[in-house]
Design a protein around this ligand. Structure first.
Ligand code: PNW
Length: 442
């Protein structure tokens, strides 16, 4: 059973989240090639070399999907606009069909009484820009500002909230240091530059949107609880370093206009020249902060010769999701408290993503997902308690409305409240969808 909406503050919002590349179908509608298409085409990067060419075909099934959102009773919908659909070459001539699509999406939400919560970048960098160095190239600040201007001139007058970048850590560290996401680099210099440029773009886009008269602008960070794998000083230090890189670097840049000392030391001379001068752009005021939370990871010290940060992830003992991620609801209240006390104060906080990749679909009935319902219930309980304790958490978005393209894992992990049959692309609401509808009924 999920807690009912009446157990939350009266203005608390419930929503569902998706992202463009994961659902739309990027081979369609005039979108340009993206670095995810390139990455997926290189064997070994993505399970089954699957890409987002068709995905959920949301481009052609948008109305059906918006009807489902409304049927569930959601107050808000967090979606992203695709840079490559709006500007196929990353710059230059816009794709009129793409702009029309987002226009219809926003109107379709408003017609159904659902608040549009837009994200400008959820990872599909146009290949034309990736070829110019992508996130490593400081010019991305100008490119991103121009893209923001083009899309928000069209839809900015009707959206409820906007965030420039989904998950700066994934865009930079996961993609340039760990090599798990596009462009698949393993290079500390590229990583440091991407970490900084992604925040520069956050600031540049915020300026553009303010200039267009938009309000309710935020930032979305993902956080993962970093615990020590053993009761040793070395393990505690490893967890602390990971916490600084993953959970503090980005929010600190945005909220405090500085980076944690130990990360600056670790990155050495690899941050781009003059990085301190960018904080006036990066740390301008915003209206809310978003937290994407899924799991915790345990850390220990790597063998001595390993370069900074010299840590290794260690398999933990808690029950895991189909992603192999430990289920640790307490981490959600940990971060809500940590954010409020150390970084955001009175600023409204939204949980902008939380959800589970289930095993249910692999065994028996694909629409029976008790593990997802239990996961959502446990995490909503933490959110409810945080709100009761006076933390200004104002809303919760479930990841995801429907099964979709799970990046390097392809289409096997299913995060949806709605099952998508990958052969027919038909939608089938799961038990978790009904549980949400029950919980949201007034
Ligand atoms: C988030 N990691 O990504 C994204 O915002 C979604 O697009 C994605 O589908 C969802 O979580 C589920 O994965 C993450 O490897 C992907 O640490 C990977 C990691 C973290 C976040």
């Amino acid at each position: 059973m999920l807690p009912h909406r009446s157990e939350f503050p009266t203005d608390f919002l419930f929503g569902a989240a998706t992202s463009a590349y994961q659902i739309e179908g990027h081979a369609q509608g005039g979108a340009g090639r993206t670095h995810w298409d390139d990455f997926a085409a290189t064997p070994g990067n993505v399970a089954g070399a699957e890409d987002g060419a068709i995905a959920c075909d949301h481009l052609n099934r948008m109305d059906e999907d918006l009807d489902l959102l409304k049927d569930a009773g959601f107050d808000a919908y967090r979606f992203s606009t695709s840079w490559a659909r709006v500007l196929p070459e990353g710059r230059g001539t816009p794709n009129a069909e793409g702009l029309d699509f987002y226009d219809r999406l926003v109107d379709g939400l408003l017609e159904r009484g659902i608040k549009p919560a837009a994200t400008l970048y959820h990872w599909e960098l146009p290949s034309a820009l990736s070829d110019l160095g992508g996130w490593r190239n400081r010019d991305i600040g100008d490119w991103f500002a121009d893209y923001t201007e083009v899309i928000m001139s069209r839809i900015g007058d009707r959206i409820w909230s906007a965030a420039p970048i989904n998950e700066p850590w994934c865009v930079s560290w996961l993609s340039h240091f760990e090599g798990i996401h596009a462009p698949g680099l393993r290079d500390i210099r590229a990583t440091a530059r991407a970490m900084h440029h992604v925040l520069l773009c956050h600031g540049r886009a915020t300026e553009v949107m303010r200039g267009l008269g938009m309000s309710n602008l935020g930032a979305v960070c993902n956080m993962e609880y970093a615990g020590p794998a053993a009761d040793t000083d070395a393990a505690r230090k490893a967890a602390r370093v990971q916490d600084a890189i993953y959970n503090r670097f980005f929010i600190s840049g945005i909220m405090k206009g500085s980076y944690p000392d130990e990360v600056v030391e670790g990155l050495g001379d690899y941050l781009p020249d003059g990085w301190q001068d960018d904080f006036k752009t990066i740390s301008q005021p915003i209206d809310w902060i978003g937290l994407n939370y899924y799991t915790r990871r345990l850390h220990d010290a790597a063998p001595e010769s390993a370069p900074w940060p010299a840590t290794v992830g260690v398999d933990g003992p808690l029950p895991k999701t189909a992603m192999g991620w430990e289920i640790y609801p307490e981490g959600l209240s940990h971060f809500l408290t940590m954010m409020q006390q150390e970084y955001t104060g009175d600023l409204p906080i939204y949980v902008t993503e939380n959800g589970l990749a289930g095993n249910d679909e692999l065994t028996g009935d694909p629409l029976s997902d008790p593990d997802r319902i239990a996961y959502l219930a446990a995490h909503l309980k933490q959110v409810k308690q945080a709100a009761a304790d006076g933390i200004p958490v104002k809303g919760y978005f479930a990841w995801s409305l429907m099964d979709n393209y799970e990046w390097a894992e392809g289409y096997a992990p299913r995060f949806g409240l709605i099952h998508v049959d990958w052969a027919s692309l038909n939608r089938y609401p799961k038990a978790s969808f009904s549980a949400i509808r029950e919980a949201l009924k007034s």
